[in-house]
Design a protein around this ligand. Structure first.
Ligand code: KIV
Length: 274
């Protein structure tokens, strides 16, 4: 049965929520089969799938293209799709229009957008249109050029207070969940205790109502990305590299394909060819 907003809200303080990113059908089916509660089609697909250096070039069409595939694979998991850079910053009208397109064309259950009180009007309008919203505070990668890099946020009194105030503002505007990225654990705990919405942390410690990781990161697709908060549950880089190298060798040595991989034809037919 598809998970719902009310079901997820009931988990607050009861049972932590699991969330992973996915960008394609097959990954979504496996994440779903594992019983993961929520899937995020993150705009991290810009880095992870499309090879951009950041998320800024990702378009609404990119999100819809990958979101559709994920939604087809997620039978039970609650699917959230990111609003990419410049799809909501420009106006309330653009925000509702793009959130509506994403939900209508993908069949997702909610959208996620970065930013705090300054986007409360967008959140309110999107929720009013019937689209559940997940907010995103702390390290907001779409603002990488303003933040000056991918750093832990909310370390000073002012910065921590702003994150707390923003969390209250986005929930007041109607967000049912808040993603907290790269903030100190004690601040994430304070935010979690201060709002009725669920908090989903990435690099935000263990007191959040749920956790999210980028699928490729936790599977160890690359050995180049190892931030402090990341736990690698597998080393797919090593497994894939070994498989690809073995395949290359077997192609070169004609070990593959072997007899069990080939189709046969009768000698009688072959003899008639000229
Ligand atoms: O785009 C993304 O994958 C995200 C997560 C890092 C939370 O926003």
């Amino acid at each position: 049965m598809k998970k719902s907003v009310s079901e997820l809200l009931k988990r607050k303080g009861v049972l932590p929520i699991s969330m992973l990113t996915a960008y394609d059908y097959h990954t979504a089916t496996i994440v779903d089969e594992a019983g993961i509660d929520m899937i995020l089609v993150g705009d991290s697909l810009g880095n992870v799938i499309l090879g951009y250096e950041n998320t800024l070039a990702v378009t609404v069409d990119d999100m819809i293209h990958h979101g559709k595939a994920v939604c087809r694979g997620a039978k039970n998991a609650f699917v959230v799709i990111d609003m990419p850079f410049m799809s909501y910053q420009t106006s309330v009208y653009d925000a509702v229009l793009n959130a509506g397109r994403i939900m209508k064309e993908t069949n997702c259950q909610a959208i996620k957008m970065e930013g705090g009180a300054e986007y409360a009007d967008r959140i309110k309008a999107i929720v009013t249109a019937g689209i559940p919203v997940v907010a995103h505070l702390g390290l907001t990668p779409q603002s990488v050029n303003t933040l000056g890099g991918y750093k832990v946020q909310g370390k000073s009194v002012e910065a921590a207070q702003k994150i707390l105030d923003d969390a209250k503002a986005v929930v007041e505007a109607g967000a049912f969940a808040v993603t907290l990225e790269c903030v100190p654990e004690a601040l994430a705990k304070k935010v979690t205790e201060s709002i009725d919405a669920i908090t989903i942390g990435i690099g935000a410690g263990s007191y959040c109502d749920g956790q999210v990781l980028v699928c490729q990161d936790m599977l160890g697709y690359t050995d180049e990305f190892s931030p402090k908060f990341l736990k690698k549950y597998a080393n797919l880089h090593e497994i894939m590299l070994k498989a690809f190298r073995e395949y290359k060798t077997e192609c070169e040595q004609r070990v593959f394909p072997s007899a069990s991989h080939v189709f046969t034809i009768s000698d009688e037919v072959m003899e008639k060819l000229y």
